[in-house]
Design a protein around this ligand. Structure first.
Ligand SMILES: C[S@@+](CC[C@H](N)C(=O)[O-])C[C@H]1O[C@@H](n2cnc3c(N)ncnc32)[C@H](O)[C@@H]1O
Length: 277
């Protein structure tokens, strides 16, 4: 099975939009990054692989943590996001390396002490084969730590805009819940089975609810509307239906209840997954 569809997807408009939204995404996902790095617990001298590193936030953080004797590699299939990651790395004088490759097939000689990801592992066409391949890249004492989304129903940041806009959008077509995409690993029992079958041990999926800050600045509601119309399930639906202007006033009303202390935050929930090789 090939990841060609995802390679096209992340090298097109979506990759460019994620570059534009890099700072906003990193702010929105700060609680996830903090929890991920705490669970990963990178040590000086370790060799680390960051899967689907995007614009590099977690790769750059982990490379700083492993110090000069360690090394972090960020892998991604998206050229626009990798360009942004390299630009950020240069500005920070970081030694982190960013490589354009499909993580399900990329080969490297040295065993990784830590394989990690912030939302970059849910897009494999064949997750079992991909995680078996990643297991082969780990050192015998290596560990796997990643964040993925719990079901959409526990992620109001994703469902609120779609619910608010339901009357303006065509009824959603039935979809395969396990298809590559943000919610592919929402079912923790299925995910644990995939990882164990792929060779990983002591698999645990820890539940982490958090508040996702999607709007800030002088006009936090306008900022949150922009976020919703650029990233997430509603962005695609609104674009395809061509209802951008109508969507803005509906979203403004729906988001008004979620402003506090000058920011718009919506509930989110992830699985923080840990395993050892
Ligand atoms: C939701 S984004 C997360 C990006 C980044 N980790 C972050 O948290 O901002 C998913 C990333 O996974 C990358 N990706 C998807 N499939 C991949 C694959 N097979 N190999 C490597 N990267 C992949 C995408 O290009 C994209 O950058």
């Amino acid at each position: 099975m090939s990841n060609a569809e995802q390679i096209d997807y992340w090298n097109g408009k979506v990759g460019e939009t994620w570059v534009l939204m890099q700072e906003r995404m990193d702010t929105a996902l700060t609680p996830v990054t903090t929890a991920l790095l705490a669970a990963a617990n990178p040590q000086a001298g370790e060799y680390v692989l960051d899967i689907g590193c995007g614009a590099g936030e977690t790769t750059l953080a982990v490379d700083a943590a492993v110090g000069e004797t360690g090394h972090a590699i960020g892998l991604d299939i998206s050229e626009p996001l990798l360009a942004r990651a390299r630009q950020r790395g240069e500005a920070l004088l970081s030694e982190a390396e960013f490589i354009a490759a499909d993580a399900s097939t990329w080969a490297d000689e040295q065993g990784f002490d830590l394989i990690m990801s912030r939302f970059g592992v849910m897009f494999f066409a064949d997750p079992l084969a991909a995680f078996a391949h990643l297991h082969g890249l780990a050192a015998p004492t290596g560990r796997l730590v990643f964040a993925c989304w719990q079901p959409a129903a526990r992620n109001l940041w994703a469902t609120l805009p779609l619910t608010a806009l339901a009357d303006l959008l065509p009824a959603p077509a039935p979809a395969d819940p396990y298809a590559p995409g943000p919610f592919a690993f929402a079912d923790a029992a299925r995910l644990a089975t995939i990882l164990e079958t792929a060779g990983w041990h002591d698999v645990a999926c820890h539940s982490l609810p958090f508040a996702m800050q999607i709007g800030e600045g002088d006009d936090p509601i306008a900022s949150a509307i922009q976020f919703n119309l650029r990233i997430g399930p509603a962005a695609k639906a609104v674009r395809e239906a061509g209802i951008g202007d109508a969507a803005k006033s509906v979203l403004a009303a729906a988001l008004a209840d979620h402003v506090a202390d000058g920011v718009v935050s919506l509930p989110g929930a992830i699985w923080l997954v840990t395993a050892r090789a």
